[in-house]
Design a protein around this ligand. Structure first.
Ligand code: CUA
Length: 369
């Protein structure tokens, strides 16, 4: 993938300026652009093949919150199967009796046994079944109301079109699309959304917890726990616009000591790049306008916009563009050069950056460990 991405970058390089494209002449220009677009799309598809892990199953639970929900779900499926089978049996029986010219309702009129069937099967059994399900549902809701032991960590998630802002309010860490937590410990979760209209998202990590809506002006709370280290895919579970399906994230459950190392690193400002290309990239980050939407903390006070993800430790993340691409040199280049070809309708504009500037930006972003 990386080599393919670089090949694409080389192809893309000369086309960054509109003037460069014009120099090629009309016929060549169209062909060149088309092949470059194809290359970008191919790059995105190949990258997606790498980035999109198999869909996680809510039945393959890895934490107590998801387990409680899944247990209730299993029981409901079992009850529904029995009820469905029972209804089918009675239906077949009725058809069979009708075939023999012994309609079921006549049997009910003639026969006290028929009335008993209706009272037991039509009233008592459904009442009993629904009561049992209601009691179990309330019991599960009580279990889910609070973690088994108090959570020491709070993660605050803000849904945007089409990415996830992740904050650790107690320690001042801000990141995006990748939530690190210590394995084996419960985590308090609070979610909201800041987009003004139409921007309801739903936070869902099928293997760890059920869906939790993110609503502008409201904070919804829950908790989850990953019982063992691993990476768990999360997904926006409520239609929120054109790129709803590409609004993914990851929960990375680290062993506790690794989590502490991660958190300490995230608290640090970005290191000044020593490499000349990366240093030029740092200048370009402000010059070409990336800084308007993205923050890279280089000192005590953060400078930069908040419309897009905080990039202070971008290189430490596994994916970019909300789980759409793996975080490699090739995908970074393809994404910066033409984010609209990869996620049409997202808020990152095409900046028409020349090849040298693009290379320096990538070099700078790669230093942000
Ligand atoms: Cu955000 Cu769907």
């Amino acid at each position: 993938m990386s080599r393919f991405g670089l090949t694409c970058l080389r192809t893309l390089g000369p086309a960054m300026h509109e003037s460069d494209v014009r120099q090629e002449g009309p016929g060549q220009s169209r062909g060149g652009l088309s092949s470059k677009r194809t290359c970008l799309l191919l790059s995105a598809c190949v990258a997606c093949g790498c980035a999109c892990a198999p869909s996680p199953s809510p039945f393959d639970t890895h934490g107590p919150n998801a387990f409680a929900t899944s247990q209730l779900g299993d029981f409901m499926i079992a009850v529904a199967t029995v009820v469905f089978t029972g209804v089918l049996v009675f239906l077949l029986l009725a058809l069979f009796r009708r075939h023999q010219n012994r309609p079921f309702n006549r049997a009910a009129q003639d026969d006290r046994g028929g009335i008993a069937v209706i009272i037991v099967g039509g009233i008592a059994l459904p009442l009993l079944t629904l009561t049992i399900l209601a009691v179990l549902t309330v019991r599960t809701l009580i279990t889910l109301a609070a973690p088994p032991t108090p959570a020491a960590l709070t993660v605050s998630v803000i849904g945007h079109q089409y990415w996830w802002e992740v904050r650790y309010p107690d320690v001042g860490v801000v990141t995006a699309n990748e939530i690190h937590v210590p394995a084996g410990s419960p985590v308090n979760l609070e979610v909201t959304s800041t987009d003004v209209i139409h921007s309801f998202h739903s936070f869902w990590v099928p293997q760890l917890m059920g869906k939790l809506d993110t609503i502008p002006g409201q904070t919804n709370r829950s908790w989850f726990e990953a019982d063992q280290p691993g990476t768990y895919r999360g997904q926006c579970a409520e239609f929120c616009g054109q790129q709803h399906a590409q609004m993914a994230f990851q929960v990375v459950a680290d062993p506790p000591d690794q989590f502490t190392t991660w958190l300490t690193n995230q608290q640090q400002p970005a290191a000044e790049p020593s490499d000349p290309t990366a240093a030029a990239g740092e200048q370009a980050f402000a010059r070409v306008g990336c800084i308007t939407c993205h923050t890279i903390r280089t000192g005590q006070s953060p400078t930069g916009g908040t419309l897009g993800p905080d990039l202070t430790h971008l290189a430490s993340r596994q994916t970019i563009a909300a789980g759409t691409l793996p975080n490699t040199r090739g995908s970074l280049g393809g994404w910066i050069a033409n984010p609209q070809a990869i996620k049409p309708g997202n808020k990152m504009p095409i900046l028409n950056i020349d090849s040298a500037t693009l290379q320096s930006l990538i070099a700078y972003l790669e230093t942000l460990q």
